[in-house]
Design a protein around this ligand. Structure first.
Ligand code: KG4
Ligand code: ZN
Length: 352
């Protein structure tokens, strides 16, 4: 079964063809990072307009590079939300138009859940459904620019939100800290790069939400703490400033990830999570090598990460999610025609 995935929730326009949920036939991503970088963050209106320009171009590229597979598309899936409303409307409208023209079912996908399926793409270990199903129950962390959501997944399509950030998302904190240090956008990769030359032990960072009953993530305090140290140590002579920035990036990064490890440890002891032996970590921040190393070392769980191409926003993960929802979820079958189902991007769809 071939699913066409469409992703336009933020600043990447993407189309992909995925076969049977795990085999990527083609994944096209047009990143808008260069357009938003001068503003230090994503400008929603620019993002929506750029999706409108890019989608027809990517569709033409897909048609010319995969002419045979295009003829055999079984269904179309699209990020329905959460995300930037204008950007989502462009992708949703394009998807509805294609579904009507090609007369194919349309499957709306929760973008945050979609990230998790990035970890199932192209993995040799999981070539068939029987192997895939053995992953569950599993814990799944989506750690991106907009979300820090930890789920218990009972099956390939059953998400139960166990823990989420009550303020900034982890990736958002990376972006904000990088911005105040003048490192540019997006901040995550720049902080990771700086941290490679830094010593995390130079600056003592606070342990956020330390109590056992604090079943949430929180990053705004860590961001402010880092900002306050930076105010004190910036503007010194060039060499000291560089050294301080590297050390502070390393300390901030480790504190951010220490919190993730601590919360996963807490949630995995929850009575309904004790059978989970696998952990999927997905989303843009999952590209971070330090996070990968810490999770694999410190947690008594088998960790699975998406390939680097499928950590940040892409349409292959949306196509993969579409396949599993189409195949297994009663919810998806009620959306079989693009003219039915609720397409209000503001409401109704369960975004937890
Ligand atoms: O998943 P994503 O592309 O978009 C959202 O759905 O939000 O995630 C983007 C986020 C940004 O905050 C970016 O700074 C962060 O992922 N990120 C990283 C790294 N690469 C991207 N954060 C830490 N380390 C990285 N290597
Ligand atoms: Zn995303």
């Amino acid at each position: 079964m071939i699913i066409l995935g469409i992703e336009t929730s933020c600043d990447e326009t993407a189309l992909a063809l995925v076969e049977n949920g795990t085999k990527v036939i083609k994944s096209l991503v047009a990143s808008q990072i260069a357009m938003h970088a001068p503003f230090g963050g994503v400008i929603p209106e620019i993002a929506a307009r750029e999706h409108l320009t890019q989608l027809p171009l990517l569709w033409e590229e897909l048609r010319s590079s995969c002419p045979e597979e295009i003829k055999h598309i079984d269904a179309i899936s699209v990020s329905q939300g959460p995300g930037l409303v204008g950007a989502l409307l462009v992708g949703g409208s394009f998807a509805k138009g294609l579904a009507l023209t090609l007369d194919k079912p349309l499957i709306p996908i929760n973008h945050v859940h979609g990230h998790v399926y990035g970890a199932l793409l192209g993995l040799n270990d999981f070539r068939n459904l029987v192997q895939l199903k053995t992953l569950f129950p599993a814990l799944a962390l989506v750690v991106s620019g907009g979300h820090t959501h930890l789920y218990l997944m009972q099956s390939l399509t059953d998400f139960r939100l166990k823990c989420f950030s009550r303020d900034d998302a982890c990736g958002e904190a990376f972006d904000k800290v990088a911005k105040l240090m003048g490192l540019g956008y997006p901040g995550g990769p720049r902080i990771e790069q700086e941290a490679l030359s830094g010593d995390a032990s130079i600056f003592a960072m606070p342990k956020v939400a330390e109590r056992k009953e604090d079943l949430f993530f929180s990053y705004s305090g860590l961001k402010t703490f880092t900002a306050n140290i930076w105010k004190k140590v910036q503007g010194l002579d060039k060499a000291s400033e560089t050294k301080n920035r590297q050390d502070l990036c390393a300390a901030f990064q480790d504190a951010a990830f220490e919190q993730i490890i601590r919360k996963i440890d807490l949630v995995k002891d929850d009575p309904d999570c004790t059978e989970a032996t696998n952990l999927i970590i997905a989303g843009g921040v999952a590209a971070n090598k330090r996070l990968r190393a810490l999770a694999s070392e410190k947690l008594n769980l088998t960790c699975h990460f998406p390939g680097l191409a499928y950590c940040s926003d892409n349409a292959a993960m949306i196509a993969s999610a579409g396949y599993f929802y189409y195949k297994f979820s009663g919810l998806a079958t009620s959306y079989q025609k693009s003219t039915t189902g609720n397409w209000d991007v503001y409401a109704q769809y369960p975004y937890s």
